[in-house]
Design a protein around this ligand. Structure first.
Ligand code: SF4
Length: 245
């Protein structure tokens, strides 16, 4: 049976989209890319998408993002002969502040999870200290009962206790609409849950970036599970569930 072809960059070992050839030399031909390469499978989509950068505002946004990216590295003596090595300079929170300054933004929005209330307070202070006006909205804004979206008391976080205690639903659509209504220059997502973040992104109509995503086990660093995938602890995620074997 013929294998279905669709973009699978994650499986590519060639990476000829980033050839790193010396200036003045020819990069490898796209014909050398694997059959699962978007550059072979989706040339029209690529052409149309790249045309978007012709729009002045988009081009400037992309240009400043790339400048910011480059500023996050610096060349330093590596200690081996006269060779230089590259090292990283800024944590993401500083990268975000620097990018916002580059863009000339004044008003920033934070959409945060109530579980990261302390982090939101600190971030708010950091941003204000750098001269921004900060609008912040907690996920429980609106105080709407989870029952409104069809969650039964016994299905709530409180479990059996949830039958007794009220639980406000997470309200990412309202978070987004409040930041939209305030006309923030940039919305910053801080620790929203999976799915709630999807709704926030869908309804947020201003430029947005993510400072952190929710990971209740790994200190909001979901990549820890990936880095531990060869260990006994999270190796189970690398195997198929029994029903698929
Ligand atoms: S774009 Fe093509 S060459 Fe680049 S990683 Fe994807 S499959 Fe590989």
């Amino acid at each position: 049976m013929e294998r279905e072809l669709y973009p699978m960059c994650a499986k590519c070992a060639k990476r000829i989209c980033d050839p790193y050839n010396k200036i003045g030399t020819e990069p490898p031909s796209i014909k050398e890319a694997p059959a699962i390469c978007s550059m072979r499978l989706k040339p029209d989509v690529i052409k149309k998408a790249v045309a978007e950068y012709e729009r002045e505002d988009i081009k400037e946004f992309a240009r400043l993002a790339s400048l910011q990216e480059a500023e996050c590295y610096e060349w330093v003596p590596s200690g081996v002969g006269d060779r230089l090595g590259i090292r990283t300079k800024f944590p993401r929170v500083e990268e975000t502040i620097q990018f916002a300054h580059k863009m000339g933004y004044n008003k920033l929005g934070i959409a945060f999870c109530i579980g990261l209330g302390n982090e939101a307070r600190i971030l708010d202070r950091m941003l204000e200290n750098r001269g921004f006006q900060v609008i912040s909205v907690c996920c429980k804004v609106g105080r709407i009962d989870k029952e409104k979206i069809g969650v039964k008391r016994e299905e709530m976080i409180g479990g059996p206790k949830g039958k007794l205690y009220y639980e406000s639903m997470c309200n990412p659509i309202t978070q987004a609409e409040i930041l939209n209504s305030e006309g923030v220059d940039l919305a910053i997502l801080l620790g929203l849950c999976v799915g709630h973040d999807s709704l926030f992104i869908r309804y947020c109509h201003v430029p947005m970036t993510v400072l952190a995503v929710k990971d209740r086990v790994f200190g909001h660093n979901p990549l820890a599970a990936i880095y531990l995938s060869s260990s006994p602890y999270y190796g189970r995620l690398m195997t198929q569930p029994p029903e698929k074997r």
